[in-house]
Design a protein around this ligand. Structure first.
Ligand code: PLP
Length: 461
């Protein structure tokens, strides 16, 4: 029925959409999405795709959720936009209340923005301004981790841990330094316990702080569970407790980037809840609005808020669309539906099923080196050789081939290339909507298995 309704609308042809959109250059020819319902998207030819990646871990409620659609209509009928220097709105205020109510301990204030990069950029600036207000303007270094992604605006780009993304934009606007992530499959020594590895991985941060001079470091930035760049990499137990202690020892602020892994994706509302720590700043986006509107936020603590309030009186920042009522209304409706329908329970249950199905299908696969993740945020990593963990040569673009094969089979997953330094192989992120049903998990893994095998067969691997 959905497809029928969609097909009544004229859709643009591929040629018509090719002409002007710069972003199309990367992906070339693409199907035209004209509809969606639940966990499926539908293209102009009437073909259905299971959205097993939620786009890029965005669509946590699936598509055309009636509550969100109704909330948006209702907000639109009242007020679509009011500039934040003149007005506040009920939607923005209620969202702020809700985010603080559900925040990790110590996070008491919210700064609303329009996406993930903006959230990271704002958090970096808040951290810098905090130290200026405190009379410590010499603090200028940001430390982050390799194999991480924090966005594409210049500050967020400098913070991310892939040199190939940054190289052509040097000199960068802020001073960033990188340490290895906590990535057991790639960096744990044979025979090393979780405890020993957590200590060694966290020590890399302390060493870097001491090398730079603790009084000159602003913040450490990390994704609680690493997303797209390395593929759903959870930390080992106690790593973040040690990181929190190191940051506290040197007065360095901790920024956790939960733009991708947050807002329920890993089974708890915030991924850091499982780590038993709170950051000084947390960035969220993607699942916050579930893709229904562009929205992101920074959560911050009272000490930061007070430093601004008692210092210059404001945070020196701002965007025209921050606190947008349509975006806030969408986010509120998404979060209310997740809460009311107990969807985090489904994330845990379906996450368990997904792990089991992936293990059954790929556990003995010659070219799958690792299966990892939490909740509905999981990945498989491809390797040329399971014994040595050697990745496929980047030039083969195995990830792109898998994506094509999956799309042919009506499956959206999120494959990414390995890192050029070989510290991570091609991987495929699986992040379906929280409403996914058991039989749909089975179909996702079935189609993914066929797509991976077909892609490797094409290389005669
Ligand atoms: N931080 C993380 C961890 C992300 O995964 C992303 C996007 O993928 C961003 C920041 C940037 O978010 P956006 O693309 O909404 O600007």
């Amino acid at each position: 029925a959905v497809a029928d309704t969609c097909l009544q609308h004229p859709a643009l042809t591929d040629e018509e959409t090719m002409t002007h959109l710069l972003h199309r250059q990367i992906h070339g020819s693409l199907p035209v999405a004209i509809g969606g319902k639940g966990i499926e998207l539908i293209d102009a030819g009437g073909k259905h795709y299971i959205d097993a990646s939620g786009g890029a871990a965005v669509s946590c409620l699936g598509h055309a959720h009636p509550d969100v659609v109704a909330a948006l209509h209702s907000q639109f009928d009242r007020i679509a936009y009011a500039h934040t220097s003149f007005f506040t709105t009920e939607a923005a205020e209620r969202l702020g209340d809700r985010l603080v109510e559900d925040a990790p301990p110590g996070l008491s204030h919210v700064y609303l923005v329009s996406g993930g990069s903006e959230a990271v950029e704002a958090a970096l600036k808040m951290a810098r301004q905090y130290f200026v207000e405190k009379g410590e303007p010499q603090r200028r270094h940001i430390i982050a981790r390799r194999q991480s992604y924090h966005g594409n605006t210049l500050g967020a780009l400098a913070t991310g841990g892939n040199e190939w993304r940054r190289a052509q934009f040097r000199p960068l606007l802020i001073e960033t330094h990188h340490v290895d992530p906590c990535f057991a499959y790639r960096f744990r020594e044979p025979g090393e316990t979780d405890e020993a590895y957590a200590a060694r991985a966290a020590q890399a941060l302390e060493d870097k702080i001491l090398e730079l001079g603790p009084e000159e470091v602003i913040a450490f930035v990390a994704e609680t569970v690493v997303g797209a760049t390395a593929g759903a990499v959870p930390p080992v137990a106690d790593y973040f407790k040690r990181i929190r202690a190191i940051c506290d020892r040197y007065g360095v602020l901790l920024i956790l980037d939960e733009v991708m892994c947050g807002m329920g994706r890993t089974g708890t509302l915030h991924a850091c809840q499982l780590e038993g720590i709170s950051p000084d700043f947390m960035t969220i986006a993607k699942g916050l609005g579930g893709g229904y509107q562009p929205i992101g936020a920074v959560l911050l603590g009272r000490q930061i808020f007070d430093a601004f309030a008692n210092g210059s009186g404001f945070f020196q920042h701002g965007h025209t669309y921050m606190g947008h009522p349509m975006a806030a209304a969408a986010a509120l409706a998404v979060q209310e539906a997740i809460h009311r329908d107990l969807l985090l329970d489904n994330v845990k249950a379906m996450g368990g099923r997904l792990t089991a199905r992936l293990q059954a299908r790929f556990g003995n696969h010659l070219h799958i080196g690792d299966i990892r993740g939490r909740g509905l945020f999981q990945a498989i990593e491809l390797v040329a050789d399971r014994g040595t963990k050697e990745p496929f040569a980047p030039g083969l673009k195995v990830h792109a081939k898998i994506k094509r094969q999956a799309m042919q089979r009506g499956l959206m997953v999120y494959p990414m290339g390995g890192t050029i330094d070989g510290a991570c192989g091609d991987h495929v992120l699986i992040a379906p909507p929280f409403i996914v049903a058991p039989h749909e998990i089975d179909t996702i893994v079935e189609r993914l298995g066929e797509a991976v095998d077909a892609a490797l067969r094409d290389f005669e691997i």
